[in-house]
Design a protein around this ligand. Structure first.
Ligand SMILES: C[S@@+](CC[C@H](N)C(=O)[O-])C[C@H]1O[C@@H](n2cnc3c(N)ncnc32)[C@H](O)[C@@H]1O
Length: 242
């Protein structure tokens, strides 16, 4: 029997959506329990945005469901909001969460490393929340100049990303992260913990703050500052001015 192409596609879509929700459910649980310090990190992002006194355009790379970004953007003088994410399922949620922002909203499916390179417009604020660290240092060094090109003069890049201590290796920080997680993420089921560990050990490349500053400066951002670090020094929000 010859399978109809659309049946294959539908099957694939369903599998993708299910896989996404299985992972997303864990991620939402982690966010809701504030295990990644979204509360403190996004409060810092909100304070930085409050200092912008004119309408601004906002680019949300790796936006996910845009739940936290839409909360901090609500009530700000927003000219436009654009999200880029690999997952159409996440973007469907992002469209719902950003519906009340009262500005033009565009949610685009794609790999933001490619999307940014192809962009012709510029943004007053480019934001990356917990997605840049999937690139190792050389990849970040290659990507940041492309990001600099799409930040308007006088604009800013804000990143919320995992970090490591000065002199600490990737292996050491991941081991330190896991010791912290094992003792404090007590509301997760063992399988959820195992999936979180597998994801982080397979994908995360945290950098020291000083390395982030150097990478940003090399990319053409003249100055950068830390807006937030969590109590364990595992996550930071950094703002770089264009
Ligand atoms: C850990 S979640 C972060 C979501 C949200 N920004 C936050 O701060 O909670 C990472 C999101 O980035 C997306 N993502 C990861 N790498 C990406 C890439 N290269 N291009 C586009 N989206 C990406 C994933 O699909 C996921 O929705």
């Amino acid at each position: 029997m010859i399978a109809h192409p659309s049946a294959d596609l539908a099957g694939q879509d369903t599998a993708d959506v299910r896989a996404f929700f299985e992972q997303w459910a864990i991620y939402r649980k982690i966010v809701d329990l504030d295990y990644l310090h979204h509360g403190g990190a996004y409060a810092a992002v909100g304070r930085a945005l409050s200092q912008i006194d004119r309408p601004f355009s906002f680019l949300d790379l790796g936006a996910g469901d845009a739940d936290c970004t839409s909360r901090v953007l609500l009530g700000k003088p927003l000219a436009s909001y654009q999200a880029v994410d690999l997952s159409e399922t996440a973007l469907q949620l992002a469209r719902k969460h950003t519906a009340a922002l009262g500005c033009s909203v565009r949610c685009t499916r794609g790999d933001f490393f490619d999307s940014v390179k192809a962009m012709r417009e510029t943004f007053d604020v480019a934001f990356i929340g917990l997605s840049l660290h999937h690139l190792a240092a050389a990849g970040k060094r290659a990507f940041l100049p492309a990001l600099r090109r799409i930040v308007s003069p006088g604009g800013r890049l804000i990143v919320y990303e995992p970090i490591r201590d000065p002199g600490e290796s990737r292996d050491e920080v991941l081991a330190r992260w896991w010791r912290h997680v094992e003792s404090t993420w007590t509301a997760l089921e063992p399988e959820e913990l195992a999936k979180s560990k597998e994801h982080v050990f397979g994908n995360d490349y945290p950098e020291p703050l000083a390395d982030y500053f150097e990478l940003m400066e090399s990319a053409g951002f003249p100055s950068a500052k830390v807006l937030y670090t969590d109590p364990q020094n595992l996550y930071a929000v950094i703002e770089a001015d264009a």
